[in-house]
Design a protein around this ligand. Structure first.
Ligand code: DAH
Length: 345
């Protein structure tokens, strides 16, 4: 049938135009001129008028088939061209992952804070609470509350930075004991307090005008010297190794009675005697004792009912022993060559 052949021919033409379109714009032009309402293909529908009923059916089918075929081809081509666009874009925007990355400089943690953190972790694991006390103290808390009265020789032992006649930079963390007890209001307590201390010392390899301590305090009923010994033995072995001998020597502090100084067997020579322990085989590590009844009384505890133990550890001293640091000043003078050696990976 002539009419159907016309439709076929037009269909072939449109399909070849679709196939030849090399981009989305060209394809859109084909759509506008050949697939719109006013297109040649659509106007061919008028040919149907001249046909008999049987041919009308055949012609109608031919028109539908032609439209379907063209639409399928058109959609296929549109998808193909869109994918091509995406592919080109991805290729253009691709990242070269073979380029070397940027190196970040990781800082080191000052050994002072590594040791302080370690001590805190040990005590927290034993149920102690961490508290803080002020760096600027009153004379009353720094001395009086620690059983060091006005004319006591210990006040000279600890030459202090006074801000005014009644205010000073604390010379030890012990006043944190008094603050903690005041706050506990007669109840049992178990605390550690890390912090800075200040003394008018001339700086040298082992002395510094500013240093860190950790104060510890336990107050409860039936606390005795055995509890103090067991606690400190456990902590010191955790910090310096299970094989360390721990030795308690009688000593004197105004705020404890009895008072002890605690030594550990030298980790360098294992107790034989060497320059690190000055030939004694032992290294002094901290001061401690049973809380003096006067200190308990001033905080509102009845010393006949409550007792406690306390201790004070110098942080720099522990850091120096642990890392073999020969001069305390290296810890706070901020030389990067020093700090770099304490990087943690
Ligand atoms: N406060 C003492 C000092 O600065 C250290 C100390 C010793 C603290 C014995 C204590 C203690 O709690 O019981 O040298």
């Amino acid at each position: 049938m002539e009419e159907i052949e016309k439709v076929q021919a037009l269909k072939e033409k449109i399909i070849s135009l679709i196939e030849n379109a090399s981009n989305v714009n060209e394809l859109k032009t084909v759509q506008e001129t050949h697939l719109s309402k006013k297109s040649e293909l659509n106007s061919m529908m008028s040919l149907i008028r001249n046909l008999n009923n049987e041919d009308k059916i055949l012609f109608g089918q031919a028109m539908n088939n032609a439209r379907n075929e063209i639409n399928t081809k058109y959609n296929e081509k549109l998808n193909y061209l869109n994918e091509l666009l995406i592919k080109e874009k991805l290729e253009k925007e691709s990242i070269d992952i073979t380029l070397p990355g940027m190196n970040y400089q990781l800082g080191g943690i000052n050994p002072f804070y590594q040791i302080q953190d370690e001590i805190m972790d040990i005590f927290v694991s034993m149920g102690y609470e961490i508290v803080e006390g002020p760096d600027v103290e009153t004379d009353y808390y720094n001395f009086e509350r620690m059983n060091i009265p006005a004319n006591h020789p210990a006040r000279e032992m600890q030459d202090s930075f006074y801000i005014n006649p009644t205010t000073l930079l604390r010379t030890h963390t012990s006043p944190a004991q008094a603050h903690a007890m005041d706050k506990a209001n007669g109840k049992p307590l178990r605390i550690v307090c890390p912090g800075k201390c200040f003394r008018r010392d001339d700086d040298d390899v082992t002395h510094s005008h500013q240093f860190g301590q950790v104060e510890g305090l336990v107050v409860d009923k039936n606390i005795n010297l055995g509890n103090l010994k067991a606690t400190l033995e456990l902590v010191l072995r955790k910090m310096f190794g299970e094989k360390r001998e721990v030795r308690f020597r009688g000593s004197y502090f105004p705020f404890t009675e009895p008072s002890v100084e605690v030594d550990i067997s030298c980790m360098e020579c294992k107790g034989k005697g060497c320059p690190t322990c000055k030939g004694t085989g032992y290294i002094e590590i901290l001061g401690a004792g049973m809380v003096h009844p006067n200190v308990l009384k001033m905080a509102g505890y009845d010393p006949d009912v409550y007792s406690g133990f306390a201790f004070g550890i110098g942080i720099e001293r522990v850091a120096m022993l642990r890392y073999g640091i020969d001069d305390i000043r290296r810890i706070y003078t901020g030389d990067v060559r020093f700090i770099k050696q304490f990087k943690r990976n």
